[in-house]
Write a protein that binds this ligand. Sequence first.
Ligand code: KG4
Ligand code: ZN
Length: 351
Amino acid sequence: MRILGIETSCDETSAAVIDNGNLLSNVVSSSMDLHQKYGGVVPEIAARAQIETILPVIKESLEISKSRWADIDGIAVTYGAGLGGSLLIGVMTARTLAIVKDKPLMGCNHVLGHIYVNFINKTSIKEYMVQEKNPKFPLIAVILSGGHSQLVLFRNHLDYTLLGRTQDDAIGEAFDKVAKILGLPYPGGPSISATALKGDPSSHMLPKAKVGKYDFSFSGLKTAVLRLAQAQAGVGFDFPSYNLPERLSEAQKANIAASFQSTAISSVVDKVLLAYEEYTPRCVLLAGGVAANTMLRESLADALPCPLFVPDPKLCTDNGAMIASLGEWQFKLNKPLANPYLLEIAPNLSM
Ligand code: KG4
Ligand code: ZN
């Protein structure tokens, strides 16, 4: 089975081709540069970039995988969750291609897709590393991205229960907001972790949220960082955050970044260990943009008594490969096909 996967939920336009778990191509075009000066994704700019790049990205993905349309057995597309304007471009393109090329169409959940990148067990793309072993069930998946922080128990393929999720900000969002407070570039995840390397994670005590057993909360931590930055800068609580970076030294920024990162990561590790004790999964899967974080990967791998699957960092942020992989499993398990004349976007889709 050879599947074309299309992902356009946010600021990445991506298409990939997978053939029985073997990733043949994954072309990603990002509009991240265009959003940088605004410190976050601007939905209208993202959607415009999607329109401009979607067709060349799909064409290149087919070419790299040496596929003709006749070789493609089905099309999988993200229909939610995500930004409405961005999702529309992918869904309308996939619907049109499904009709014109007469291919079955599968609608995919973006968050599930992040998890399914861990089921790619072969690739002909030189720069990508994939784990040849397949994750065994039952397993626990930890999805940490700019829009989601969730803990999910999988009994088998596509058979899952949501154990917990964030009650407010996603962890990636907290990284992005803290980066803004410290005047570090967007996206905040990579810039916080680079700055944190120069700081001491035990320099400041920051609070861990007390929420439901498997739930997360990161907005209190973000506010605690703002208060800490104001105190370090010697200004009051009403001092505007956009003027803080110039009042903080590089050493102060590094210590705040390191303390924030280690508190955020340790609250994730605590929850994953709790879930491990209750459900004794055969492995844990890490997924989502924040899964690219080295400290998170190392802390989880050290803490867990079972194997931890972590995707290649290039497959942690949004990409078509994850949707191609999820779509392939949905086709294999005979999940209901989408009607190419009717498939709607679902910006608030949950798991
Ligand atoms: O999964 P993703 O590409 O998009 C969403 O579906 O949200 O995740 C993007 C998020 C951003 O918040 C970004 O700051 C974060 O992933 N991120 C990281 C790292 N690389 C990206 N967070 C922490 N450490 C990183 N190395
Ligand atoms: Zn994502």
